[in-house]
Ligand binder design. Sequence first.
Ligand SMILES: [Zn+2]
Length: 959
Amino acid sequence: MQIKWNEIESKWRKRWNDTKDFETDPNTKEKKFITVAYPYPNSPQHIGHGRTYTLADVHARFYRMKGFNVLFPMGFHYTGTPILGMAKRVEAKDKEIIENLKNIYGVPEESIKTFVEPVKIADYFHKEIKTGMIEMGYSIDWRREFTTIDPVYSKFIEWQINTLREKKLIIQGSHPVGWCPKDQNPVSQHDTLGDVEPDFTEYILIKFKYENYIIPTATLRPETIFGVVNLWVNPEIIYKKITVDEEKWIVSTECAYKLEFLDKKITYDGEIKGSELIGKSAIVPHRNESIVMLPASFVESGTGTGMVMSVPAHAPFDHQALEDLKKAKIEPKLASLVNKIMPISIIQTEGYGDNPAKEAVERFGVKDQSDPKLEEATKEVYGKEFYGGKLKQNTERFAGIKVAYAKDTIKEWLIENKHADILLELTNTPVRCRCGAECVVKVLNNQWFLNYGDKDWKELATKCFDEMNILPQEIRSEFNYVIGWLRERACARQHGLGTKLPWDKDWIVESLSDSVIYMAYYTISKFVNNGTLKAEKLSKEFFDYIFLDTGDANKVAAITGMSENIINEIKREFQYFYPVDSRHSGRDLVPNHLTFFVLNHVAIFPKSNWPKEIVVNGSVLMNGSKMSKSMGNIIPLRKAIQDYGADPIRLAIIISAELLQDADFNMESVSGIQNKLEALYNECSRLKSEKNDILEAEDRWILSKTQSMVSEVTSSIEKMRLREALHDILFSFESDLSWYMKRVNAKNRENISGILHQINSTRVAMLSPFAPHIAEELWEKLGHSNLVSTSQWPEFSAENVNASAIQSEELLKVLIDDISNILKVTKITPKKITIYTADSFKSKVYHSILEKVMAGQTNMGIVMKELIVNPDTSDVKKIPDFVQKTIKDILSEPTEIRQTKLDSKDFDEKSFLTNELIQLGKKEFGVEIDVFAESDDNIYDPKGKARHARPFKPAILIE
Ligand SMILES: [Zn+2]
């Protein structure tokens, strides 16, 4: 039967809504507080957004069935530039945006018109996203929903920001930030197109003198000033003459523009062609030596100042450019200047002589300055010199210092003597703001910063990360790395929705700073939504009392006008649910949100309320490629639900990848899942719950296998290895079931409905967190009267695992396989098949060897000796070959299997095969099968095969 997904899904959503099972209040059970990063409602959700929320929902549903009191809430992030940026682009009548809204997401035109107002966008998509989440079946407690511009939320953020400031973690000062020149706003990852974090590099500008101008060159290696022998200028570039504060500089146009944002006063005085500078001399600061300016094509106007100082002994580019120039046709006067240039060696590094640049260029076989191999040569020289180099005598007072330590000292010395300045440049250019403008680095004055550079703060956060569970484990090092480089971060903006800085109302708390401890707010938002909490009277004392357990109820009651009882009820709610047990988010939030989440928790809350776990997932691809509007491969989530059903989408996303990998969504896998679920539906519709008292071998086996499935699935979900878990439930278990059916059919049994009912009830229960709607439907078809989503998670029970049933069934399977293989290879049409099992002596020896191996003894000689010494087994002398093969048999199997064999000591192969193989074999191969033990008196053994039999490896004769 074809399943009507939407019909089934809305039926169960209504039931969940009526039963209010996902509304969670404190009770006596153990709690789990599972949260996921709330969405920016600036566009509707597509399939890609569904992944993180689906994973978190599976997690929440799993723990609910495990008996925990699970809180899984949701809010909406109205703050900041993501929504503002969208409003601006609509206002500017950005064609791409408007077309996408209309055509991909089906937003009505009259709604789009209102989108020039940020809050209208947020409200529209808030509703849209929430409906999508409900349609996906997320088990959210909607009573706790909020937006980040709700008045009580603003009070909460004011409290957070004030608390941080009291702890001196919010500071005011001048710091560089990524900046949108059009919006006049700092930008970070969430403000940029393609979600890139603006990253910048600090260059040291060395000031060379030319006439009454300064020619600054940018470098990351200020120590090399001692080895400068010429400057490089690109003759094709037209440079700007500018006044910077009081000085006259010559720099590229791009550099002049960058300097405007770096807290310098810039005026433009004129231009000069690069070619006019060639052959002229410049003065090296500090040693007042004259050097020549030479032409080089590798010099780019967009990098640094558009002029480069040349250190040919240590910079492969400089060495090669000089070599190129020596070969080029240039005027004789310039050529004689070039020929006079001698490299100055200033760094001693093990493995290099006096001219590391030359050595590297020659070794890499560099052809000219456009050769890409120059980059590699440069990397090698810089790396080796930085970590292993020491400055030579000609670096004066710095002689003997390791290069790795020299940089900062020399930088300070140069700046003190006014020989240098600083240039900040974006490293990952171009970075575009969501408004479309290209971003720059700006030094912001009197800006408010979170002092994430603070050492003690970082240490505390590291402690929290060290003690917390991070899934998957391999992402842990990324957090350490982020904590390492993190520095001051602007926490306020001048535009956008959000909460004003309590002490400076010109500023609005930005979106990555007002979204770090809001998980705590879910414990009070319930009281906001039911009208208990009002913004007006909420004060520092209130929040301190609830969240930090300081102050007293009496005083808070007086200030807020609420009763002590209510105040204490709110506090209990927080104390019950906190800390966060699991925080879910996409991998892109590792370097910002997730790290800030930890930093702010450790700053504000006592250790007992620090987060316990972070779960990070990869993104979603569509048919193997990135989803993007320009690719036209974006599927809005709600449309996909309508077309394919929520459960098939949930499963298709989960089954395609483990946590950190990118999930590949495609229609084939959706329809494969639909078929699978339909087959399960048909199966469950047929089964009746019947008691079956007499269990046969295959029943004991399939019930044991069901137990292993329970154990494996449970442990996979605990590690959030959801792909593996789902695969076990839906697919791996199928091969066990089909073997079971083969066995049952061979015996023409009809009394198995009860067993299948029991097995499928277990499967459906375990499927329920993944595919909640269809699982309810299947559960109902199986005749259960409760909801599966609130039923008990199947418990692994060791008593229901029958080791000898597993062992004997494996034996049977292997035997059937072996016979099939022999028939395939020999192409015989069999007339008769005879099976020989090992005798009881071999069995005794086998178990004796198995015990020794399990006790850690794998030395064949010692095992043999011990067997001979024991009178019970001393006869093995006659069959040394058997002992050798048996040890091999045992060692080739995994420990669990050895254990089950050890546990099934009394297993009688002959009687089992006589009972179980004959019927099955007849059905499979169409002939009679006889079974003998090798020591039977009446044995039929014309080919002398029987003596080859070993325990679990019967001998086979096919005629
Ligand atoms: Zn902008």
